[in-house]
Design a protein around this ligand. Sequence first.
Ligand code: ATR
Length: 269
Amino acid sequence: TDRYCVFGHPVSHSKSPVIHAAFAEQTGEALEYTAIEAPRDGFAGAWRAFVESGGRGANVTVPFKEDAYRLCDTLTPRAERAGAVNTLILEADGRTRGDTTDGAGLVGDLERCGVTLAGARLLVLGAGGAVRGVLEPLLAAGPASLHIANRTAAKASALAADFRDLGEVSGGGFDAVEGPFDVVINGTSASLGGELPPLPDDLFAPGATAYDMMYGAEPTVFLRWASERGAETLDGLGMLVGQAAESFMLWRGVRPDVTAVLESLRRTL
Ligand code: ATR
């Protein structure tokens, strides 16, 4: 049986084993998928040991996405841009290829939910690793414009500059946000602490969508705030299942059905 895993530290909370087991059952692919807690300073060794024991690929989560980026022999262009890797693929010649599927998972989830990105005015909140990782696929979807707003304005401006060759990208602080926007994506970790970035009340265009890359049993503060202002709301559980589906596709060449797995996962939150 081909072996796959997710590396993290900690990793016991990860939903990836459950998601990939469901994908395997759904597609009839024979594989084993486990969670491995790698030592903080020993990620490369953990990957090598996994390969020695029959590992064919892996997902990578906090705090190893940059370590994974550094150990790869080859990278996809989107992983190169992201500076981070969430999917390791063992190639036939023994080399390790790195990709990042978070952005494809996000864009796929938005499409699945009927949100149009082409021609849309897009606002992304946050300028950390999570946001950097999704910018290329978002820009490839053809928005009219993409503005990045962040607590630390200089980080948003610098990030925008890094992606300016891919589209109409700008960046700044929360105080400089000028709506309305058709799609607003929260990629800050503010939701974790139950905090809300300071945003103007007239952020949303009619029919706008608010997306939080976080998820939980209850809507995040950002989604509650957005809902009160008339936006349609989506949380990041679909992105989680979506990025897993993209990784599964890279390893197995088969595309699993996201919706069925998402619905059963939702019931376990
Ligand atoms: P991640 O991998 O989740 O992106 P990160 O690289 O540490 O983690 O980035 C965290 C992001 O959340 C940053 O954009 C951060 O803003 P700063 O760049 O100003 O630090 C943002 N963030 C974290 N807590 C926040 C809060 N309470 N309010 C607003 N933004 C917050």
